[in-house]
Design a protein around this ligand. Structure first.
Ligand code: ADP
Ligand code: MG
Ligand code: MG
Length: 945
């Protein structure tokens, strides 16, 4: 026989704390507290199994469920010495829902069930308190009417307000018994009118009705939405708790309250909570009367207070976690009604985890498991002043791309952002979407807001990397960049108007909001001494424990020394990805880059032809010599200028890149620095075709000699842009394909890397460069690029290597690369999975266009998560696994890492840990998250111990 009903009472319970699946959180907590001998009103829990049956059968529960409930009820009646519905001395119960995870949005609790027109008189007689009895009855009709019969709450509130007005009562408690009789009469009339039936008087019918309402509430839209948002499975079901009532509304020596064993927003070790005298149930949180801070309970009911502190302290130790509890005091006697692990902010989580270790409640390993990695984010970014935030209205919502609160004056272009901020204004950059040459504006802005794009759009990735609060893909914005204004929900925001965004939630608020800076970040940035910040010390302590546990190395994706410095301070030990091209967008470089691009095709061809002819010249005899020389002259005439431009631009870029790399090496203090050779399609460095066409047309219309020269220049650029145009740039001329067709570029970059390495090594700072070739799909691609790198290394480092050890490896980001990883491993000294591209190509899903349908996919359950945010373990993950296995088959010690955005996502980190990667690399601000997530992955699934 299946057990559907679990009893608790008389010092013993059928269930315990490990039965949340079956009894829900509330039921298992009540059972556990009962077993611990705490004062819990007795009752029984109908299991989630019954709920699932109820849902499956459309409400036809097997008879055994009802039989078991009857039995439990009989046992309860015996224990309490009262009977449900007994007109002389009724047993009253509450009916409470309770799923495995606490879920606001589910059914409200029903109290005082068992009262009817006759038993209310019995309750009055038995307690000698008519006011209390009537108050309990009117509450019951109201709750049952609303929750079970589906009558609008307002209908009852309306009647209550009328009576309060009639008797000039300020609060509910001011109504006397006679007034409450009137309320009851009116409530019953409401029920009759709304349902066409009188209020049910049969307690068994009441109980069945309440039970079924709880089961049904599992499927109500609010609950379904909540589960979706919080990744809670839909098939868990909810339990129903039927529990003997105790009364906080029996007068001034009675009370009800809620509390936490520690402050859940700051983590401070202080008793935290509120209570109300002569009140019941949710009065404390309903806001109708102002509750008192729990400390005052000590004055009014010292005995109960003392007992409450003892019990909750015990519970905290028992559960090894902060407890969120509910209690009721009936005539000075304390009852516990609920306990569960308390939700807390990221800030509180750190304090609590470390304090618990210091108090001997948790071991460091247990503490590491207690903090949600994602919650660390809250410590690194500015936040809105909580009270102000609660008051402010959310005007629109976008994707929470990069956390933190930002407020500033709206500007619509990167140039304006710079101009305004030079005048000392704090700006918020609002763009349709951002592009690489918006970087200068992004870096001065307080935050970034875009109307299109997903979690891995340019704005999102760069925002995270810079640690800038960013909200992207906010479709409700209608941006008129030319007119310098935007519209959202009927409101117009002009350039210069203040708005605020919350990158942790995606909220957009149309006014200025006060923010406070992150203490941890101030320490990391060297603006605050670590000794001055208790928070920072605890943060580092917790992460220090994580470091001792984890097997994955943590590196950062950083392009410039400033980011590298932050990354190192956060605990990154290496750079997993330096995107060399990001440095190309700097204002002093872009002209050289453009010059290089314009000349690249012909310049490289000129160089190749010249080289070939010169080789032939060496072996030439007699008349051949003259002929080759003539041909050389012809090549010189045709290509000379392009060659000069091409090599000239590269020569100018070399020292700039060298300086960048030297800076990175210095900041990383001898940890490995992985530098990727040029990756994006070249057209990304040039202006947009449409823009150029407009400019040319405008200049032509203006006429004049100066404009004419400018027209010629722009037209040349336009031709180049058109030549470089690709239908599918992400699958086009990019990655190693550039370095193969334009080897001079790879050569220059390799040279810059090794010259920088020598420079820094000479100063006594160790360096470990790792040169990484992107987008390799065929071993031959890597082989050729590697050869160039080695040639330059040998040329720069000399035979002895100048004390610089380096590696040449590749990104695995093309599916073909993953499945031929064994061949590639013969050439590669390391692998780094570029999971952004691997997802894009593995799914055949354009990262830049996917926002349009990916959200739909998620909303309709086709995909559970955005695969660009959380690695698709089942599909793209297999490519990673195959890559690792095949690579290590050839080279057992092959170092393998990941440098896609997934490197900072906790669930992806669990996957990477499991498949045996050596390290993950993520944006600097996610390094702490990665450290903690990697430790949790090891604790959950130990490898290598
Ligand atoms: P929620 O899940 O919304 O917290 P609960 O089932 O915990 O709902 O009930 C809310 C409140 O109702 C409790 O905090 C308590 O004050 C009151 N309550 C519930 N059951 C009882 C009971 N048996 N006796 C007295 N008060 C109760
Ligand atoms: Mg509760
Ligand atoms: Mg890539």
């Amino acid at each position: 026989m299946t057990q559907y009903v679990y009893f608790f009472g008389g010092g013993k319970a059928d269930g315990n704390k490990d039965m949340k699946d079956l009894l829900g959180g509330k039921g298992s907590g009540l059972a556990e507290m009962t077993n611990a001998g705490l004062p819990v009103p007795p009752g029984f829990t109908v299991s989630t199994r019954a709920c699932n049956l109820y849902m499956e059968t459309g409400g036809r529960l097997p008879a055994e469920v009802d039989e078991q409930i009857e039995k439990a009820l009989a046992r309860l009646e015996q224990l309490m010495g009262k009977k449900l519905g007994d007109p002389a001395d009724p047993l009253l119960v509450s009916v409470r829902s309770g799923a495995k995870f606490s879920m606001p949005g589910m059914m409200d609790t029903i109290l005082n069930l068992g009262l009817n027109d006759r038993s209310v008189l019995g309750l009055k007689a038995k307690t000698g308190n008519g006011r209390f009895a009537k108050d309990s009855y009117r509450r019951f009709i109201q709750m049952y009417g609303n929750v079970v019969l589906g009558i609008d709450k307002d209908k009852f509130e309306h009647e209550l307000a009328a009576i309060k007005k009639k008797y000039r009562a300020a609060a509910d408690v001011d109504l006397d018994e006679k007034a409450l009789d009137e309320v009851i009469a009116r409530y019953k009339a409401v029920v009759q009118k709304e349902t066409g039936r009188p209020f049910p008087q049969d307690p068994r019918e009441q109980l069945r009705g309440a039970r079924d309402a709880v089961f049904k509430s599992w499927g109500n839209p609010r609950a379904v939405t909540y589960r979706k948002l919080n990744d809670i499975p839909h098939d868990l079901g909810t339990a129903v708790n039927v529990q003997t009532m105790v009364f906080g509304n029996m007068g001034e020596n009675s009370a009800t309250g809620v509390g936490f064993t520690r402050n859940p927003s700051t983590g401070a070790k202080e008793f935290y909570g509120e209570f109300l005298q002569n009140a019941q149930g949710e009065d404390v949180v309903a806001g109708t009367r102002t509750p008192h801070p729990i400390a005052e309970l000590q004055k009014v009911m010292p005995e109960a207070y003392k007992q409450l502190r003892e019990i909750t302290t015990r519970l905290e130790r028992h559960y090894k976690d902060v407890q969120d509890f509910e209690f009721t005091i009936q005539e000075n006697k304390l009852y516990m009604l609920q306990t569960r692990n308390g939700k807390r902010t990221g800030l509180a989580a750190i304090h609590i985890a470390v304090d618990f270790v210091e108090e001997g409640i948790l071991t460091p390993r247990e503490a590491v498991m207690k903090v949600e990695p994602q919650a660390l984010d809250q410590l690194l970014h500015p936040i809105f002043e909580p009270k102000q935030r609660a008051k402010a209205e959310t005007a629109a919502k976008g994707l929470p791309a990069s956390p933190g609160a930002a407020t500033g004056a709206v500007v619509f272009t990167a140039d304006d952002a710079v101009a305004w901020s030079q005048k000392g204004k704090r700006v918020l950059l609002v763009r349709m979407e951002t592009v690489p040459d918006d970087i200068h504006g992004m870096s001065v802005a307080q935050g970034i807001l875009t109307a299109t794009g997903g979690m891995t759009s340019h704005a999102a990735v760069v925002g995270r990397q810079m640690g800038k609060p960013s909200v992207v893909g906010c479709g409700a914005l209608h941006i008129d960049a030319k007119g310098k204004k935007l519209k959202v929900g009927g409101q117009v925001v002009n350039e210069g108007d203040a708005i605020s965004i919350d990158g942790s939630t995606g909220d957009v608020i149309l006014k200025e909001m006060p923010t406070s800076p992150s203490e941890v970040l101030q320490v990391v940035a060297g603006k605050l001494k670590p000794e001055k910040s208790v928070l920072y010390q605890k943060f580092e302590k917790l992460l220090g424990w994580a470091d001792e546990i984890r097997r994955l190395g943590i590196r950062a994706n950083a392009d410039i020394p400033r980011d590298a410095k932050v990354a190192f301070a956060f605990g990154a030990r290496g750079i997993g990805l330096c995107r060399t091209e990001h440095m190309f967008f700097a204002q002093d470089r872009l002209p050289q880059v453009v010059r290089m691009i314009l000349a690249a095709a012909r310049g490289q061809r000129g160089l190749d032809l010249t080289r070939r002819l010169k080789d032939r010249l060496k072996e030439a005899r007699g008349s051949q010599t003259a002929e080759i020389k003539k041909e050389l002259a012809k090549v010189q005439k045709e290509y000379g200028k392009h060659v000069a431009d091409y090599t000239g631009a590269l020569k100018k870029l070399l020292p700039m890149q060298r300086a960048d790399f030297a800076g990175l090496f210095k900041e990383m203090h001898g940890t490995p620095v992985t530098i990727r050779t040029l990756d994006p399609p070249l057209h990304e460095f040039l202006p947009k075709r449409e823009e150029l066409m407009v400019q040319v047309a405008v200049l032509r219309a203006k006429g004049g000699a100066r404009n004419k020269a400018e027209v010629a220049r722009k037209e040349k650029l336009l031709r180049a842009v058109e030549e470089l145009h690709e239908f599918n740039p992400m699958l086009g001329h990019r990655g190693c394909r550039l370095g193969i067709t334009y080897p001079e570029i790879t050569r220059m970059q390799a040279r810059a890397i090794f010259e920088a390495a020598v420079q820094v090594a000479k100063k006594g700072i160790p360096v470990k460069p790792e040169v990484m070739i992107p987008l390799v799909g065929h071993v031959e691609e890597l082989k050729r690029q590697k050869q160039i790198v080695i040639e330059e290394a040998t040329a720069v480092l000399g035979k002895d290597g100048s004390g610089v050890e380096y590696l040449v490896g590749t990104m695995i980001e093309v599916p073909r690369g993953a499945v031929t990883a064994d061949e590639i491993a013969r050439e590669a000294e390391f692998f780094s999975f570029g999971t952004n591209d691997l997802t894009q190509m593995g799914f055949g899903l354009s990262r830049d266009d996917a926002a349009k349908f990916l959200l739909y996919y998620q909303e309709h359950g086709i995909l559970e998560k955005d695969p660009f945010v959380s690695l698709d373990a089942g599909g793209v993950g297999q490519l990673v696994e195959i890559g690792v296995q095949k690579g290590r088959k050839v080279k057992p010690d092959l170092k393998v890492g990941v440098c896609g955005e997934h490197g900072g996502d906790p669930s992806s980190i669990h996957f990477f840990h499991k498949v045996g990667l050596n390290y993950v690399s993520c944006s600097p601000y996610r390094v702490p998250i990665a450290r903690l997530a990697a430790a949790q992955a090891q604790l959950e699934k130990p490898v290598g111990d």
